[in-house]
Write a protein that binds this ligand. Sequence first.
Ligand SMILES: [Zn+2]
Length: 344
Amino acid sequence: MVMTRQPPARSVPPAAQKHSRQTWFLAVVAAIGLVIVGYIVLVDLPQRRSAAAPPGGRQRLADIPFDGQRAYENLKQICDLGPRPSGSPAMVRQRELLRSYFEKLGATVSEQTFRVRHPRDGSAVEMANMVVAFQPETKERFLVGVHYDTRPYPDQDPVDPRGRFVGANDGASGVALLMQLGEAVKDMKGRYGVDFVFFDGEEFVFREGDPYFRGSNHFAEEYVANPPGHAYRQGVVLDMIGDKDLQLFEEGNSVDWPPSRAVVNAIWSTAKKLGVREFIARRGHTVNDDHLALCQKAKIPTCDVIDFDYPHWHTQGDTADKCSALSLAKVGWVIEEWLRRGVR
Ligand SMILES: [Zn+2]
């Protein structure tokens, strides 16, 4: 079959057809070469590809070892707390929920509290980053960050930009994924430890011009001014990763700094090995997010995994039904495998 598709006669230039023994020898060598190449192209490569992705190319929840359904239940539980802007009672309840959840997993939970002035009325607002440490005694660590506050108002909502914003994708999705990821990370015993960092005040923003990324900036400044007893090797920030229609392009800022580019390469190549095609190895939007403070101030190579093409971004429609267990499963699986390879 392969031979008929690759007629060896064509590979021999007309000028060489002199029927000398040497010409015949070359023709035979060329034919054998073509058979080998033909085998690789037609038989071997497709088999290798199918080993990476299940037949048909569409992964279902049951194909993925990361429990996306439980992650999705977490997402609904977080959304049920209601809007969770910095300093709100629902944010305090979320913090209590996360503390007890991760302490039950055996992690060490600490809070990094700080105070900012409310951008509208100048009053003091209490904020807290939460750090969940696995293998806390390990001096070199990986960081997985998400923001856990929600924007005070759905300013992009076409009907009511002062309405209710529950932030299912933009807020709860990353938190929900880390809750489930903790189930795997608690048993990862390697050379390196893992910290989950929940950033407060990512968007305590009431009007354009109000500062973003309060928590990640505070975290990065503290890391430099009062260095902890450990150092971070690499980090990833997950944001808006629950969208049903998931597409994860490489984020521009992450790609532009060579140390964070290495993290991008590692994560996207892990996704390729697992056959998770929603990680698309091409440059997408350039997004300012919590990773910038980590890269620029703390010099921790950190990439941002974000699906910025989300039709319900900053609207009242960013609710749990726009997210899916399957998307959480895919991202969770890739990040889990990336950590598994990293910590050993
Ligand atoms: Zn947002």
